[in-house]
Every structure is written in C-alpha cells, then in structure tokens.
Design a protein around this ligand. Structure first.
Ligand code: ADP
Ligand code: MG
Length: 352
C-alpha cells in the first residue's frame, strides 16, 4: 500500500502548446480505490504515465508516501522502483506464452531464481483461481480466465499500487461486469492502493471510493461518486457522470420559468441553467399526491422510445422547444399532454 501525493502537477507537450495537465493536486490514500473520470483528451493517461514514472511532470511534485519520486521535469525514482502493477485497455496476453509464462513475464528481468518465480506465480494464481490452467495458452482460456491472467501479471510483483487505464473499454458488457467485480474483490483482498482512469462513469461507480473529475487537464471536482453525482460543480461535470437534462430558465419572483414549466426555487443569479436527471422527473396523467414530487406544469410528449424494459420519453413545455428526457414504465404517445413532476430536492442550479 502506498499514499500518492500530487502537488501542483502540470504537464505540457510541444513546447507548451499542449497543456495536458494543469496544476493537478490530489492525495490518494493508502489502500484507497480512487477513480479519475474525464472525457477523451482530458489528460487521464498523461497522469497515469506520470504516476507510473513513464513520464515526468513539467512542474509540480509527486510523492509516494514521504518519498519524492518526481519533481519539476526530473525523474527521481524510475518506474521499476515504484512497485506498480498496470493493466491497460487491452488486457492483452502474449499468445505464444502459457498462462504461467505470461504471469511470470514481469519477473523475468528481475534476476530472480526459478523457484522464487514459480512460488510467486503460483501464489497469485491461487488468489485469482487460475492455478489449474497455468499450462494453458491464452486461446485455451475462457474470456474470464484471460482477464484473471492479465490481472495476475499486474499483481505478480506484489505492487503497492495498481494502475488501470480504461481497463474495461474493450470488453463486452458481460465481461465488463465480471472484470469490474474481479478488480474490486482482488483489491480489497490485497489492500493495494488502486487508481483507475476512465471516461465511463459506470467503471468509476463500480470500483472507486472517491472520484476526481478531470476536464481539460484540470481536476475540477473530487468527492465520493454519489456526491459528485448529486452535487456536481458544473453542467459539464453533471453530464460526464450521468445523463442530465439542461434547461435554460428565466428567473422570476415565483421561480424559474421554462416555457409552461415553473420550477418553484429561488435563485440569486439571473443567468442560470437548471439540471435535472431523468430519474428525478415523473410524468403523469393524474395529479400526484406525494410531498417529494412538485408539479412544474403541463408538457407535451415529443418522442417515445423503448429501452431496457422502460419507455424513454422526451417531453417539452407546451410553448417552448426545451426538452426533458425521462423514463417511465407506462407507455405514452407522442402528442399526449401530461403533468410533469420533479423531485424538488434534486433540482440542480448552475450559474452560467
Ligand atoms: P486521455 O487519456 O484523458 O484521453 P491524454 O492524457 O492521452 O488524455 O492526452 C491529454 C492531451 O495531451 C491530449 O490533448 C493529447 O493529445 C496530448 N498529448 C498526450 N501525450 C502527448 C505527447 N506525447 N505529445 C503531444 N501531445 C500529447
Ligand atoms: Mg487515455
């Protein structure tokens, strides 16, 4: 286990024309599962590479516990001395090596005796329940076993830190679920500090205790996943971490008005955007008597789709082109007039 401290890390490429990381400061605690969420090009891989020691920060400092490992363009501790295991996008195994040889691969450059290598490979193979297939070639393994071998290879050096860069993006949906569960289970068994970066919030929700949101090289919010989901600092963060409806509202004395909708909230600023997640909207033909839900007005159903056992419904105020998407288990038809309710305490207000 190790505690990672990044202090004001910036990274520029092309003589400063590309700023990949902009003054990133974060502490990843001992044994923590930390996720970095960000769109493509945000700087996630750059941060990973700096933590791994494959690249150096242009400015700022990186500590592993109290040890300075890189500082202002200087590599102080090289990757091989950082006790890191890595899994990248592909989970690719060497097809011409057995599972055993694949797992042992990181140890072969380490001047380690054959016995010691065998002991280590068998130990990690037991933990991952693949000790009975160590003589198999990758093509003789199931998808799940291949994942386990790739993970075993990352863990065989007994790392203090496990780095995962978009590890699930090339897996199909079912494999992705099992791989997420596997990573989480193995992490908690070994207690290793874990850093995962992904553009997919589902990866972060499945694994991380805390998440940092990276946008254009800046860490704009850090918190527990549900905190970031419920209280995003900006519309952009809100939409990165889950689907959200954005409505441009007119601020009045009685609330925020969007066409025929009126949101009964008071706001200070006069230029705002309302954010409301699909699950915090309810459409009904009849009046809903439930204190949690407030009526914002009448709307007209625009589009109805069917998705995963639910109807995905787009509704607009009667006299405006703004749209709200929500899900319902009742079918509705385009053109229907409905009452639109929202969960009052879930309305998000962003100043723009
Ligand atoms: P992510 O992993 O979040 O998609 P990256 O860290 O790969 O983002 O890239 C962040 C930014 O830095 C991008 O604009 C990318 O083009 C740029 N970048 C990354 N590596 C290099 C490099 N070696 N040379 C020049 N630009 C780079
Ligand atoms: Mg990347």
């Amino acid at each position: 286990m190790v505690r990672i401290v990044a202090k004001g890390i910036s990274k520029v490429f092309k003589r400063g024309r590309v700023v990949a990381l902009d003054n990133v400061s974060v502490i990843i605690e001992n044994g923590e599962r930390f996720g970095i969420l960000g769109p493509s090009g945000a700087g996630k891989t750059t941060f990973m590479r700096i933590v791994a020691g494959l690249d150096v920060p242009s400015s700022g400092e990186l500590y592993f516990d109290d040890r300075l490992v890189a500082s202002n363009g200087r590599l102080i501790v090289p990757p091989e001395d950082r006790k890191i295991g890595m899994v990248f996008q592909t989970w690719a195994l060497y097809p011409n090596l057995t599972a055993f040889e694949n797992i042992a691969f990181p140890l072969t450059n380490m001047r380690m005796s054959k016995d010691e290598i065998r002991r280590r490979v068998e130990e990690v193979a037991k933990i991952l329940d693949i000790h009975h297939v160590l003589n198999h070639y990758p093509r003789e393994l199931s998808g799940g076993q291949q994942q386990r071998v790739a993970l075993a290879r990352a863990l065989v050096k007994d790392p203090s830190l496990l780095l995962l860069d978009e590890p699930f993006s090339n897996l199909d949906a079912r494999m992705r679920d099992s791989a997420r569960a596997l990573v989480k289970e193995v992490q908690s068994r070994l207690g290793v500090t874990l850093l995962i970066v992904s553009h997919d919030p589902a990866d972060i929700f499945a694994i991380a205790d805390r998440v940092g949101v990276l946008v254009k090289g800046r860490l704009v919010q850090v918190g527990r996943p549900e905190e970031v989901y419920e209280k995003p600092v900006s519309v952009q963060v809100a939409s990165l971490i889950g689907e959200i409806n954005e409505l441009e509202g007119k601020v009045t004395n009685e609330g925020v008005v969007v066409g025929s909708f009126k949101f009964p909230i008071s706001v200070q600023s006069d230029k705002i955007v309302i954010g409301i997640r699909p699950e915090d909207v309810k459409l009904s033909r009849d009046v809903v008597r439930d204190d949690g839900w407030v009526l914002v007005g009448k709307g007209r159903v625009k589009v109805v789709g069917y998705q995963g056992g639910l109807f995905r419904i787009t509704v607009s105020p009667l006299n405006s082109e703004e749209e709200i998407v929500t899900y319902s288990d009742h079918p509705m038809s385009a053109g229907d007039e409905v009452l639109v309710y929202v969960r009052k305490d879930k309305i998000k207000i962003f100043e723009v």
